[in-house]
Design a protein around this ligand. Structure first.
Ligand code: BGP
Length: 474
């Protein structure tokens, strides 16, 4: 049993985590530039602490990251050597519109991505572009309050018009917002939100979410108008929620947590606010203000496919929270005693990927795309830059097997698979370099030291074989 011909194998990155060059060629400051490492990071990414003043001397990870801004040809060449069919990356909004609200785009920024896409095509690699990956010009946050402000829809729409027109014929796969549901857990990264003392945070988050959902529908509309070959996807952080026990209250809690994630995809794929959300918003007083025409837009411009990140399943218990908690992609949940854990305490659950794919496909019956999956680990590198990362190979092998079962046994329609991340880059959660995901090692440490030299890990050769056998040789 095989993956379809043309299955899109590849890898995924995000601009702020790999490009660097934060002030090069007219790029403006973005929210992700002012997220520090260390203890303040979680306060900043959750919107509790404002980091409005940029300190040039402070080591902000995205200032230089792995400097893909200047290394992209070399990096794409390495991706091509592994046989990539697709490369998922994101556009830094503030390269195109440095402030976010100006009239004219920055030509140097536009040219950078044009060169990058052309480089991909030179190697037969299809770009898959996230329009915003935890990324918002800082000026839009200071001046307008980020996505809490409806004006953001217009600024985003303008960005979309510019990039869809400029990259027509170069890009056809687009994702509107990275992990849109993460607005609930990392609102500064997801929507440029900072909260005032005593503010109803949940209300603000859902208002901002509404603006993003409308912006996503508008982007879908424009993408289709500009080029009928464009395919637009939504993107959410997936990972089914398990009840800790068969106690119905655990099951009910898990159902509610799942819905919290599905809410976003329900709107983007089914085209309307689901009843459970409307009821809850009414009850809690968090119903967003909608403008005339919003509901029609949401209904008319639903996505073509659904993309997701999967790192771990989650688990929930209602018995006084006595058990231990486990970390996970951007938020913690109850510790599942049946699973192993990564060095960062994230559960490792390959079967959970099959379960999740089945849930999502049953719910929406649209093609799916796994656009993030991988293992963050502390690699030990030898003097030649070589890393024996069998743990990474094991993780990916088991997840690919589970994905294969979902496709070939269960009938899930899957367009492709991009690992996070093909090359070491800055971690979104911790802001550190030492949490490595790549097939390619980058000589760079947590303090920003290192030559930035790229070298191939053991997993590089393994993934190349996986791709050339279309997932047969694992
Ligand atoms: C997702 C993000 C990515 C990425 C990944 C791994 O939430 O979309 O940007 O970083 O998680 O998380 P981390 O970097 O915290 O290990």
């Amino acid at each position: 049993m095989k993956f379809r011909d043309g299955f899109l194998w590849g890898g995924a990155t995000a601009a702020n985590q790999c490009e660097g060059g934060y002030n090069k060629d007219g790029r403006g400051l973005a929210n992700v530039d002012v997220c520090p490492t260390g203890k303040d990071r979680s306060l900043v990414i959750t919107g509790k602490l404002k980091m409005y003043d940029f300190d040039e001397d402070y080591y902000y990870p995205s200032k230089e990251a792995i400097n893909m801004y200047h290394h992209f040809k070399e990096d794409i060449q390495l991706f091509a050597e592994m046989g990539f069919k697709v490369y998922r990356m994101s556009i830094a909004w503030s390269r195109i519109f440095p402030m976010g609200d100006e009239e004219e785009p920055n030509e140097a920024g536009l040219q950078f991505y044009e060169d990058l896409f052309k480089e991909c095509h030179k190697h037969g690699i299809e770009p898959l572009v996230t329009i915003t990956h935890f990324d918002c010009p800082m000026h839009l946050i200071k001046e307008y309050g980020g996505w809490r402000n409806r004006k953001m829809i217009d600024f985003y729409e303008k960005l979309c018009r510019v990039i869809f027109n400029r990259y027509k014929g170069l890009v056809r796969y687009w994702l509107t917002f990275n992990e849109i549901n993460m607005i609930l857990h990392a609102p500064f990264m997801g929507a440029g939100l900072c909260f005032e003392e005593g503010e109803n945070e949940e209300k603000v988050k859902y208002q901002a979410a509404h603006h993003e959902l409308v912006a996503s529908a508008k982007a879908t509309k424009i993408a289709r108008e500009v080029d009928k070959n464009n395919l637009i996807g939504c993107m959410f952080a997936a990972g089914s929620v398990y009840p800790y026990s068969s106690n119905p209250s655990d099951v009910w809690e898990a159902t509610k947590m799942d819905r919290e994630n599905y809410f976003f995809v329900d709107v983007q794929s089914r085209g309307k606010y689901p009843n459970y959300a409307l009821k809850e918003m009414e009850r809690k007083g968090t119903m967003p203000i909608m403008a005339e025409g919003d509901e029609e837009l949401l209904a008319k411009y639903t996505v073509d496919f659904i993309s997701l990140s999967y790192y771990n399943s989650r688990c929930v218990r209602t018995d006084d929270g006595e058990g231990e908690t486990a970390e996970g992609n951007l938020f913690a949940s109850a510790k599942n005693p049946y699973l192993e854990y990564s060095q960062w305490g994230w559960p490792i659950d390959p079967l959970g990927l099959r379960i999740t794919l089945n849930h999502v496909y049953d719910r929406y019956e649209k093609p799916l795309f796994i656009v993030e999956n991988g293992l963050g680990a502390k690699d030990v590198v030898d003097e030649h830059g070589y890393v024996e990362d069998d743990y990474r190979i094991d993780y990916l092998r088991e997840h690919i097997k589970a994905m294969r079962d979902a496709v070939t046994v269960d009938g899930v329609d899957l367009l492709g698979y991009t690992t996070w991340a093909p090359i070491d880059l800055v971690s979104a959660g911790s802001g550190e370099m030492e949490k490595r995901y790549g097939f390619i090692y980058v000589d760079r440490d947590n303090e920003g030291n290192g030559t930035l030299k790229r070298s191939k890990k053991k997993s590089f050769y393994w993934y190349k074989k996986v791709i050339s056998s279309n997932g047969d040789d694992l």
